[in-house]
Design a protein around this ligand. Sequence first.
Ligand SMILES: [Zn+2]
Length: 92
Amino acid sequence: MTQRVTLHSWSFHQLGRFLGYKAARAGVAVIYVDPAFTAQQCSSCGHVDHKNRLYQASFSCTSCGFAEHADVNAARNIAARGETGWAVSHAA
Ligand SMILES: [Zn+2]
């Protein structure tokens, strides 16, 4: 199953709706971000290369040498995109 199919499947859509509903009740914002290349992008310098992630669990930037668990690196990229999305949606 491709990631695109997974992201648009009913269960994933339903999860998003539940999260949005629960977050709204708690007064917490939900920001959706484009997850493209978050696993291949360096959270330290921004360099994107599939060679940054030669193994499933490890990330090592071919540009700056930054190394981290691959999931932690990807989570930092998603968080950064969320912060950017928040700033854009709340500008002015
Ligand atoms: Zn880097």
